[in-house]
Design a protein around this ligand. Sequence first.
Ligand SMILES: [Mn+2]
Length: 305
Amino acid sequence: MLKKSLLKQAIGLVKKGHSQSDIEKALKVSQWDARKLHLTASAFVELKETLDVPVPRIKPSKTKEMHIVLSDMHFPYHDQQTLDLVTKFVYEQQPQTLHLLGDVVDFYNISSFNKNPNRKFTLQDELDQTTEYLFDLRHNLPNTRIVYYEGNHENRLQRYLWGKSPELGTLRALKIQELLQFEELHIDYFDYNTYNRERHLAFHHGALISKWSGYTAKRVMETVGCSVIIGHCHRLGSSFHTSLGGNHVAYENGCLCQLNPEYVRGKPNWQAGFSVVYFVDEQFFVSQIPIIDYSFIWNGELYKL
Ligand SMILES: [Mn+2]
């Protein structure tokens, strides 16, 4: 058995290019032991050199910015379990920006559609549930920029006031920004007619609906002429377009509401989900996350309550 200390010294000598007879003389060992030491040390040095070859690694960019996009909760028609799951993920990630891409509140009580007379909740209940959620977000995301986009459901308020009582429609106190306390919560706001373009990606709730997944976002992209991410259609989908004008892509963000609400007949073609957007320099990278049976996969991890 070779002594460990001898082998260590032999490795040192082999590394410097010494031969078997150098080892024999330097370590004062027999020719036979020098042969074994030389063989073992050479094998070790060779193996170490092989293992030490650096594996090329992709360096993660330090300048990346994480944004999370949630849309279409439709309080009080939100899906509590879906929302709990996603909100927990958002708190864990602490993104730089959280986009609430519209239809956060349903405004069922001022809808122009017929209403179920047995419904127990009032307009104030709808607002209370929404503000409670927004306060919770602000409390748990102290350093996150939160951006709220008016959807067609929030826009019901303006349409109702303008239609039924245009005089009251001018009151600041009745604006969505006031009712949901955006100033106090440090929430940025974009009204229904605007697009918030961040670098090469435009954020917008959406107004039209096409029949198939990806088609709605495609139409919005055609209209605005740049990449977009929209809510509204309650679907997950994407549509890519490459031309001399560049590479553009349009995303549909899914929804976080109940997938079979009482006010929709039949089985709506809706999917639960949300998106994560990374901005790196001038580029953006969107990951769409479908929620299936109240679970989803992110970074190889299963998220489930
Ligand atoms: Mn919606």
